[in-house]
Write a protein that binds this ligand. Structure first.
Ligand SMILES: [Ca+2]
Length: 498
């Protein structure tokens, strides 16, 4: 591994000092980077014990890379999480805690990972949502983010309409359909009723069109003689739970077995930790979820996981067919996790494991540790400096994460100790949570009575808040100290502002 990084470093340095790099043979190019972020993918994957979920390509990538079992986002919502991992700054440093602001406005001095690669001679392209829309601090060399003309819901309803009334082939039917369609066109179902939507096989969705763009770039070698950095964003399994019917067929409802949440789950938890996104789900009530409804949502969510897994397989196949597999670093992770009934919660924005955790895989060609796992806690802010170290690029001063290269070189490296910090807001209350390898301490606002302590060794599902348990008094003291230190360290804005 070390040799490989040194080799990469040596190659990149040799490129810097070579006058005419176009004459260099392709194999000596700096490695390409395929930077894949998934939207709202939780740990419901075979690697994390969900063996009923069919994700063979994610599993295969894990077998060919290093899996980080305890990787945490810094804020379990798209905008703040992306602003954070794309600049390697904590939310207190990006100053972004909601979906609205752009990091280019709040921190114009920050250098996003795409810009850094472009500035260093990479061809940078984007397919799908990775950056918060219009928050780039540079212009992509190629990009595909265009929305489909008809959204997923419209496609589904058109299918249903045709089933009911036959093909839309008369002026009457056309008019009726146009009236209905208008009601749904601009409705992306965010914050409304999330509905599982099987789309008939063969209708291309956003994720298919992004894969097409990727394949086209590879076919045409649009990147030319430059190494490429491609920010590739999967839209699913974000709501709506839309996927081709064949992926729904993988999950017959009668085979889905939602985990039962203990009735007393919330007896020891502060209610401020609750997040009422479940209200957007039909037949789901806090503590009283209908099993049928849970199965339907799980079916839709899992169908979406299998759908993007299938596309991931296509991307890998393309890289292999084009002879790029051995010279492409792949990073695969989700912007945050997602509740699927755990703690009676649905969606994100909680400081529990299902929401704060991301499956992170880093595959460096030739790493002798590929196929192994890292158990210690890491953060998504660490991804940026990991990639730059692998390539041999200097980090801008705004980068606050820590390179994971020591863990790629030695997955059991005991010297790497870094608690993970995740934020989530409840109105004016800012919740902050620190996760160490064994414990989590969460505090809502400044009131220590609104706090939580979990011991994952004895309570992996975090059902018992130990904050008032005398047996945990010492642990609580230690965790509070770690908490205050981490929060204070990561609030320092030390990069020079323009
Ligand atoms: Ca998201």
């Amino acid at each position: 591994m070390k040799t490989y990084i040194l080799l990469i470093l040596a190659l990149s340095l040799s490129l810097v000092t070579t006058a005419d790099e176009k004459k260099k043979p392709k194999k000596s190019k700096r490695p390409n980077v395929l930077f894949i972020s998934v939207d709202d993918l939780n740990m419901h994957l075979p690697s994390f014990g969900y063996n009923n979920v069919k994700a063979p390509n994610i599993e295969s990538l894990k077998d060919q890379g290093v899996l980080f079992r305890q990787a945490y986002c810094q804020y379990p919502v798209c905008g703040p999480s992306r602003a954070s991992f794309l600049t390697s700054m904590y939310p207190a440093q990006t100053k972004i805690f909601t979906n609205g602001p752009h990091v280019t406005d709040t921190r114009p001095d920050a250098v996003s990972i795409g810009k850094l690669f472009q500035d260093n001679g990479y061809w940078v392209a984007n397919a799908g949502k990775v950056y918060h829309p219009r928050s780039e601090d540079f212009t992509w060399d190629a990009q595909r983010t265009k929305k489909m003309k008809e959204n997923d819901l419209v496609l589904h309803l058109k299918d249903e309409f045709e089933k009911e009334y036959g093909a839309i082939d008369t002026p009457e039917k056309k008019k009726a359909w146009e009236v209905l369609k208008k009601q749904y066109e601009d409705d992306d179902r965010q914050g409304k009723k999330a509905l599982p939507l099987p789309i008939k096989n063969g209708v291309p969705l956003e994720d298919d069109l992004n894969a097409e763009a990727f394949n086209q770039w590879m076919d045409d070698q649009t990147y030319g003689d430059q190494p490429f950095f491609i920010a590739y964003g999967f839209h699913k399994p974000h709501v709506q739970y839309t996927a081709p019917q064949r992926f729904f067929d993988l999950y017959p409802l009668e085979e889905i077995q939602p985990e039962k949440v203990p009735l007393d789950d919330w007896n020891t938890k502060p209610l401020i930790a609750n997040w009422k996104r479940y209200e957007a789900f039909e037949d789901i009530y806090f503590g009283l979820s209908s099993m049928d409804a849970r199965k339907r949502y799980m079916q839709g969510y899992y169908a979406c996981i299998s759908y993007i897994d299938d596309i991931l397989g296509q991307l890998v196949t393309t890289l292999k067919e084009k002879g790029l597999w051995e010279n492409t670093i792949i990073v695969f992770f989700s912007d945050h996790g997602y509740h699927m009934g755990n703690h009676f919660l649905y969606g994100k924005v909680s400081l529990y494991e299902e929401s704060a955790k991301s499956p992170l895989i880093i595959r460096v060609p030739g790493n002798m540790n590929n196929g192994t796992e890292v158990m210690t806690t890491v953060e998504l802010v660490d991804v940026y400096p990991t990639i730059t170290e692998l390539i041999g690029l200097e980090n801008p001063s705004s980068v606050k994460g820590t390179s994971l290269v020591p863990l790629l070189q030695d997955p059991k490296n005991k010297a790497f100790q870094k608690p993970a910090l995740t934020y989530a807001k409840r109105g004016d209350f800012l919740g902050k949570s620190v996760r160490t390898d064994r414990y989590r301490y969460t505090q809502w606002g400044d009131d220590p009575t609104q706090s939580e302590l979990y011991d994952y060794e004895v309570d992996p599902k975090e059902y018992k808040n130990k904050v008032n348990d005398p047996e945990y008094a010492e642990v609580l003291k230690e965790m509070r100290a770690i908490f205050h230190q981490k929060v204070s360290e990561t609030s320092v804005i030390d990069a020079k502002m323009k």
